[in-house]
Design a protein around this ligand. Structure first.
Ligand code: NA7
Length: 570
């Protein structure tokens, strides 16, 4: 029996190297986990280790011109912190980042976060039943106190995301270029593009956002496309002040907007499930028609821009200004393969070099190596590389074979092509907090408790998932994408709808876990813990909504009337 831990106390100076829970990453996932630790488990004894110097994760990393979300703003926020004030239908990076900083402030998360702290390695200790996480302090002044240390914890959470490690393309000569080169996720705003000759390598969601901004100020822009994408209109625009006021004072209207957007996005899953569905055909038709209409003056590009794979196999790009950008006189689309990067420019097959001042690498992220380059060692010192030698697999996308008391957000097979990732993250947080809750209770009693998924359960889960994925548009062999490995195995995406996933994670089946430690008796006999899920889809008919709306309107009017009466009476 060890000393009971007061998990309500935040980690202070004296216990700097001990925490009940360690979370790696202060992005949307890490913040969600932290908020739920406080709200659901009344646990304050945790530390968030963040490599960067701000919260926001991907929304702090990606600051390139035009950076915005391709999910509607009303749907791209925590369900418990819906923001009535989004200025646009599709939120820009700065607005999302500001929203996340506000949330961190509101929930008092800053006191738990250690910025400029890079996790290099984490090892599970079978004897002590805890994780030992090696942290390197990269902040110059902070490292004067100590430039590295080991942080012990009962539970370890990875919230590093799938899109955090920029991918440098393997193009010969990449290192030789003497001009300016930057990856989209490391944008240098001190570099002035005005009047410059710019190349963008890649034409994915990121390039489609950068190109329209760069084209307006650069003297010349060439976009190097390897594979065309299905592109559909975005229909972006400002959210009027009137609409925002309505959302602020009558939240049910905002909930309704979000629920309708959720319904629409969930229906979009048909495209992924059935490549021959009318919805999939509609995407093909809409994409081709809008491309031809917007590029009426450049018919020579048409054939190059129509994909030969199923819509949804690669991420469908949602934009209003990509084709108009290609129509500009100072913009060129290059589809011949790049052979070489020289000191001054780029060479393509059978053609001389084009010279550039700036090369933008919009070449995506290292997505299939989850958590890379962090070294993880689980039970009996087993390295994660060995556990995942046949590819990354996690039970429900969150817990991993031979990694006791470990949970991950946005892990293997939890990405979506059709809906907001925040829906998945909230479900993961609920589920992981259900598991962590038991470990916390054990620690409060001075006991140890460790949980890891049973191998047989994990295998069955993954086989079912992979069977379903083989029948989705993601699996179309005519396309490569960041959703899958080179051998075609889809390691990143979920097969079903967001609701299917939420339902999967709405309960913890304790029989799915191998339980160990002095507190195992409290968990072993348990059957199921129901956690529920956040219902995002439309719940109320229009009539019920009208009644709810009328009641809130009357309450608001009543409140203001009573308030002004009181003020007058003073
Ligand atoms: P993506 O979607 O992975 O796109 C990367 C792009 O870079 C894509 O067009 C690639 O062509 C291209 N690429 C990658 N390597 C090379 C080389 N070596 N030569 C030429 N072209 C190359 O990344 P994004 O940043 O656009 O988007 C990632 C996600 O972030 C997005 O889905 C949103 O969810 C947010 P390819 O298509 O592979 O032929």
């Amino acid at each position: 029996m060890s000393t009971p831990v007061n998990t309500r106390l935040p980690v202070g100076n004296k216990d700097f190297t001990n925490a009940t829970v360690v979370i790696i990453g202060a992005g949307i996932s890490g913040m969600c986990m932290a908020i739920d630790l406080i709200k659901r488990n009344n646990c304050h004894n945790f530390v968030i280790l963040e490599k960067g110097s701000s919260v926001g994760g991907t929304w702090n990393d990606n600051k390139y011109p035009g950076c915005c979300c391709d999910v509607w703003s009303s749907l791209y926020s925590y369900s418990f912190e819906q923001n009535p004030d989004w200025s646009r239908e599709y939120p820009g990076q700065e607005e999302i980042h500001a929203y996340l900083m506000r949330i961190a402030e509101k929930y008092g998360l800053y006191k738990y976060i250690r910025f400029n702290s890079t996790v290099e390695e984490a090892q599970w200790d079978d004897n002590e039943s805890n994780w030992k996480t090696s942290v390197v302090v990269t902040g110059e002044k902070d490292s004067e106190y100590s430039n590295s240390y080991i942080l012990k914890s009962d539970f370890l959470i990875s919230a590093v995301g799938q899109l955090n490690l920029p991918r440098q393309p393997s193009i010969p000569g990449l290192e030789d270029f003497q001009g300016k080169m930057m990856h989209s996720a490391r944008w240098d705003w001190s570099y002035d593009i005005t009047g410059k000759r710019v190349a963008i390598i890649g034409n994915g969601a990121t390039a489609a956002q950068i190109a329209p901004e760069v084209a307006q100020i650069a003297s010349h822009l060439t976009i190097y496309q390897r594979t065309p994408n299905w592109i559909i209109p975005r229909g972006d625009g400002p959210v009027s002040a009137f609409q925002r006021a309505l959302f602020k004072y009558f939240p049910p209207l905002h909930w309704r907007k979000r629920a309708l957007q959720m319904d629409f996005r969930e229906n979009f899953h048909t495209v992924i499930k059935d490549d021959n569905s009318p919805f999939a055909q509609m995407i093909r038709d809409m994409s081709t028609a809008s491309m031809k209409a917007q590029l009426a003056t450049k018919p020579e590009l048409w054939e190059k821009l129509v994909p030969d794979y199923a819509p949804g196999c690669k991420r469908i790009i949602i934009t209003d200004d990509y084709y108009p950008t290609l129509a500009r006189d100072n913009v060129e689309l290059e589809t011949r393969p790049i052979t070489h990067i020289t000191e001054t420019g780029i060479e393509v097959e059978g053609f001389d070099e084009q010279e550039y001042d700036l090369i933008v690498l919009a070449t995506g992220f290292r997505t299939v190596e989850f958590m890379h380059p962090i070294q993880i060692y689980g039970a009996n010192g087993r390295p994660l590389q060995d556990i995942w030698k046949d590819g990354a697999v996690a039970y429900n996308g969150v817990t991993v074979e031979d990694l006791p008391n470990f949970g991950m957000f946005y892990g293997p097979n939890t990405n979506l092509g059709h809906n907001s990732i925040i829906l998945m993250i909230e479900a993961q947080s609920r589920y992981l907090n259900g598991i962590v809750g038991e470990v916390i209770r054990a620690r409060q009693k001075g006991k140890t408790l460790s949980l890891k998924p049973k191998l047989a359960v994990l295998k069955t889960f993954n086989e079912k998932l992979q069977t379903a994925l083989r029948n989705t548009s993601f699996a179309d062999p005519n396309c490569n994408s960041w959703y899958k490995r080179d051998d075609g195995v889809i390691t990143n995406n979920w097969s079903g709808t967001a609701i299917d996933y939420q339902l999967n994670l709405s309960k913890v089946e304790w029989q799915d876990y191998v339980v160990d430690g002095t507190g195992k008796g409290d968990v072993e006999g348990k059957a199921t813990t129901k956690l529920g899920r956040v219902r995002e889809e439309t719940l109320l008919s229009d009539t019920s909504l009208l009644i709810v709306g009328a009641v809130s309107l009357l309450s608001a009017v009543g409140y203001f009337a009573a308030r002004s009466k009181m003020l007058k009476a003073r």
